[in-house]
Ligand binder design. Structure first.
Ligand code: GLN
Length: 466
């Protein structure tokens, strides 16, 4: 599909549509949607901004490419004056005091936020069922999950309720729902986009990620949101990617894939054959293919969850009813903390807080937490070695197709294992993109750190190859 952003921009310029009409249409689609994607609508602010864009166009003033383009925001981002619930009881009534850097950059470019989107509470989950707003339903089949944790965002894009949405990806939360709903979803190199104003889940892998219907739109959004931010010390300055250069993939000579991801009994047989067919088609285009060795999925999943749980236990310790969110008073301060946290966090979030505090506690931290950090270093070294031999690593996004609604809640361990192909790249802090092609849940394209441009180039190549 071609750029939706450019198409709508042109329609606005040609006065084929008005911005107010466009925003009203999207708001009414969101209001009546039966996919459970909406936590709150930003109707008032959106219509006010749209009227300004219409006035500018009427007066013959120039408008920027993103000006007037409606977008959605996963409900874990701050947007000053609007609720930021994290789909949780804890923050059900919490109003953002400030705006996230990535969102502010989009606002500065004139894009119009229209909805805060349903997701797994605090990003904890792979299905968008861990939410107080009801399970998000898949865009293609209502009986299936929308994926997670940025499920509402991916479904909104797939259904054209938003032109693009901004999700958060800690271990796959942009890429996996993008795959489940057949749209593009990028996790950029860690630090390329500021995390300031994105609620912290696991700070060492949290990334802001755009979800859209074309590679070009992903590129436009990445350029707008990237950059060094004094409010996030892990950010770095990056060069703008010229979207005209995306059609030149001549520097991609070798593509690698992990043998053990494919020769594994946990993979759906159709995903496996479709993946191998995609590899053959790439080879037929003159690109060399290299099978690589990698850590097995169980190690990746257990390392990721150990670290993610440790970090989330620490990050969420601030939510005790004192400064943010709901508070339940009890006989003394300690009891108030306890009841506030036990009543307002979901089962899944509590499981992670308990697990995280356990692995960080004396007597366990050396054995479990520090060991996971060491494995993470080994994973990163492995990636560095691989990217000396290949330009791109291609993998399926998920080993399985989207489960039925209700299944993941019954079996959290199976849900964790479904993240097997996404979490390793998060631990490596690499740029990685879901393209909605190749297998039923798409393909994942990964490059070396800071090589986000190569990822987009290869996605463009695949668009014409598969
Ligand atoms: N499913 C993974 C988890 O629950 C990833 C979630 C995310 O990226 N926020 O940790």
């Amino acid at each position: 599909m071609a750029s939706q952003i450019r198409k709508i921009h042109q329609q606005l310029l040609d006065k084929e549509i008005s911005c107010t009409g466009l925003i009203q249409e999207k708001l009414s689609l969101l209001k009546t949607n039966s996919n459970n994607t909406v936590n709150s609508l930003l109707e008032h602010v959106a219509l006010e901004l749209a009227a300004k864009v219409d006035t500018k166009i009427k007066n013959g003033e120039a408008i920027g490419l993103l000006e007037g383009i409606p977008f959605g925001i996963k409900d874990v981002f701050m947007l000053q004056g609007t609720t930021a619930t994290a789909s949780s009881n804890m923050l059900k009534n919490y109003k953002s005091a400030y705006t996230a850097t990535a969102i502010q950059k989009l606002l500065d470019a004139g894009a119009i936020p229209i909805v805060k989107e349903n997701c797994d509470s605090f990003g904890h989950g792979s299905s968008s069922e861990n939410t107080i707003f009801g399970a998000v339903k898949n865009a293609i089949n209502h009986n299936l999950v929308g994926g997670g944790s940025s499920g509402g965002s991916a479904v909104n894009v797939a259904k054209d309720y938003t032109v693009f949405s901004i999700g958060g990806d800690t271990g796959g939360s942009v890429r996996q729902p993008a795959g489940y709903n057949r749209v593009y979803g990028l996790k950029p190199t860690y630090g390329r986009i500021s995390r300031y104003g994105l609620m912290a889940y696991a700070s060492s892998t949290d990334c802001v990620g755009p979800i859209a219907k074309s590679v070009e739109d992903i590129c436009i959004l990445l350029n707008v949101m990237s950059g060094k931010d004094v409010k996030d010390q892990t950010t770095y300055a990056s060069a703008e990617i010229n979207d005209a250069s995306l059609s030149n993939h001549s520097n991609i000579k070798t593509v690698g894939y992990f043998k053990n991801f494919i020769e594994n009994e946990a993979i759906d047989p159709k995903i496996k054959t479709d993946f191998l067919t995609a590899i053959e088609k790439i080879k037929a285009q003159g690109i060399a293919i290299k099978a690589l060795d990698f850590f097995n999925s169980d190690i990746l999943v257990s390392t990721y969850y150990t670290l993610a749980m440790a970090e989330t236990a620490s990050n969420l310790s601030r939510l005790d009813g004192s400064n943010y969110g709901n508070r339940i008073d009890d006989k003394n301060l300690k009891e108030s903390y306890a009841i506030t946290r036990s009543e307002n966090f979901s089962e899944e979030t509590k499981r992670r807080i308990i697990g995280g505090n356990q692995v960080l506690s004396q007597g366990f931290s050396d054995e479990i937490y520090l060991k996971s950090l060491a494995i993470r270093d080994a994973i990163s070294e492995n990636f560095e070695k691989d990217f000396k031999e290949v330009d791109i690593i291609l993998s399926p996004v998920t080993p399985i197709t989207p489960p039925n609604i209700g299944e993941s809640l019954k079996n959290p361990h199976a849900m964790y294992l479904s993240d097997a192909y996404t979490v390793g790249f998060s631990l490596g802090q690499l740029p990685t993109l879901t393209t909605p092609q190749g297998t039923e849940t798409g393909l994942q394209i990964t490059a070396a750190k800071n090589n986000d441009e190569l990822v987009l180039k290869f996605a463009n190549f695949l668009k014409n190859t598969l």
